[in-house]
Design a protein around this ligand. Structure first.
Ligand SMILES: *[C@@H]1O[C@H](CO)[C@@H](O)[C@H](O)[C@H]1NC(C)=O
Ligand SMILES: *[C@@H]1O[C@H](CO)[C@@H](O)[C@H](O)[C@H]1NC(C)=O
Ligand SMILES: *[C@@H]1O[C@H](CO)[C@@H](O)[C@H](O)[C@H]1NC(C)=O
Ligand SMILES: *[C@@H]1O[C@H](CO)[C@@H](O)[C@H](O)[C@H]1NC(C)=O
Ligand SMILES: [Cu+2]
Length: 221
């Protein structure tokens, strides 16, 4: 009885998660929602089929499922970085390829990442490096990694769409949080997700009842 209740509860809590997904460059493995609180979304080892990535003029693209968030990008020059300590400087500080900065809005975002201007030793043509995105949308730090080989002749493929989501700084008219706009935003966000789009929609109608249900369940324990 209690076991059933707890199982139900934990599956509800899992459903309520909303996080972020790294789109480009491709992450170490397919996104796992429940693992994103862990180092590299719990993909502990570097892949052997690395992505080429430009030394200058790079971008990362991601899908945000939070309306208000911060993003920093760590960099490791270790061939197979398996821990957060592999993403630190010789003095033990986080080695940042992009400083933490806040962002707002859900949907697709395109973040410039010019690695040649980081001044990190070892960042050079032909080097194998790993970037780790650290995203926080209000429910704690979330992590995804991509293993790269840097190139000064590679350019971002034109298939990578570089535009920003609901509240891009360049279009203040898109910031209205209510009305039909937010309804269409919800469905477009859902349609870009392959996995749990159905549960994503369910949350909207469900979140309000969640507190009530939780209270009811606790009362039965
Ligand atoms: C980069 O990684 C690839 C794949 O793991 C490996 O074959 C290659 O030798 C590495 N290159 C360097 C410069 O370490
Ligand atoms: C590496 O190989 C895996 C398994 O075949 C594939 O899913 C993934 O897309 C590949 N990654 C890159 C960067 O090519
Ligand atoms: C990477 O991290 C592991 C585990 O913390 C550590 O044992 C290893 O020495 C680190 N590798 C390098 C090259 O710093
Ligand atoms: C998207 O937003 C980020 C900040 O959140 C900004 O750095 C970047 O330049 C924007 N990209 C585009 C294509 O507007
Ligand atoms: Cu989240």
């Amino acid at each position: 009885m209690h076991f059933t209740t707890l199982t139900l509860l934990s599956s509800l809590i899992a459903t309520v998660n909303a996080h972020f997904q790294l789109s480009y460059p491709p992450p170490r493995g397919p996104f796992v929602d429940d693992s994103e609180v862990n180092f590299c979304d719990n993909y502990v080892h570097a892949v052997s089929n690395r992505s080429e990535f430009p030394l200058s003029g790079g971008v990362v693209t991601l899908n945000s499922e939070h309306t208000s968030w911060s993003l920093g990008i760590l960099l490791s020059i270790v061939q197979d970085p398996t821990s957060f300590s592999n993403f630190t400087t010789s003095s033990g500080q986080q080695q940042l390829a992009r400083n933490f900065a806040s962002g707002s809005g859900e949907g697709q975002f395109c973040i410039p990442l010019d690695l040649s201007s980081t001044g990190i030793s070892g960042v050079q043509n032909g080097a194998n490096v790993t970037i780790q995105l650290v995203f926080n949308g209000g429910d704690g730090s979330l992590y995804q990694c991509a293993d790269l080989t840097l190139s000064n002749s590679f350019t971002i493929p034109s298939s990578v769409s570089c535009s920003n989501g609901t509240s891009s700084s360049s279009s203040p008219s898109a910031t209205s949080p209510s009305g039909p706009q937010s309804a269409s935003k919800t469905s477009s966000t859902a349609s870009t997700k392959t996995g749990n789009s159905a549960s994503g929609i369910a949350i909207t109608g469900f979140a309000g009842g969640f507190g009530l249900l939780l209270a009811a369940l606790i009362a039965t324990l």
